[in-house]
Design a protein around this ligand. Sequence first.
Ligand code: SAH
Length: 230
Amino acid sequence: MRLRNIKGSREVIAACPYVITPERAERTSFEARYHWSVRGCWKQVFGNEGPLRIEIGMGKGAFLMEQARRNPDVNYVGIEKYSSVLLRAVQKQEQERLPNIRLIRMEAENIGDVFAEGEVDRIYLNFSDPWPKEAHARRRLTSGRFLKRYDSILRDGGRIEFKTDNQELFDFSLEEIDGQKWKILAITRDLHRDPAWEKDNIMTEYEQRWSAQGKPICGLHLLHCKLPEF
Ligand code: SAH
């Protein structure tokens, strides 16, 4: 999702108390490096011991906010790379001020800078960009490269919950799963015709759009099994 660049969106986002931003740690000759003081400290950020669930590529945030309304004892962090998109979620959160939500503008590749080993209870991936060209396969958020990152931040027994309308991305994702680390808990290729899936389903913005056009939605729940280290 990419919206027209909105002037001033970065300033609005930076001023929002629900948005977490990094501090500049050092500047090398090539790039500014950042330090995320929240890493390993999310319990202090929220002021409670609740589990931490994150959505990567949250778009305008409707799914995350509904999760947070339904589960006040769970803490949610929404991650989105474009400020023009994140701005929409910021505006909604400024209105509603749900205490169990924080938002971050960042590239998911750097997720390990923000969450410590085993700190996350669940990762939601909803309608992730399919990157259909083979040359871009490593950018897909369910590629082995990203699954390795999730393996490090998710607790043992944590989960990934993935939804997509894109059959090719779904098939690719199934192939990328390392069966020793991830166990399939549930899988569907037509979520809205499966009562067990439909029951507590929260529709995302993309899901509303694609299912209104009659597209079947695929869903996958993975259990994280941390291997003992020798
Ligand atoms: N989850 C929403 C939006 C889906 S579109 C919904 O279901 O309605 C995918 C979103 O992921 C876009 O907003 C895009 O900007 C974001 N995104 C894609 N790749 C990303 C990455 N590497 N890091 C962070 N956000 C990403």
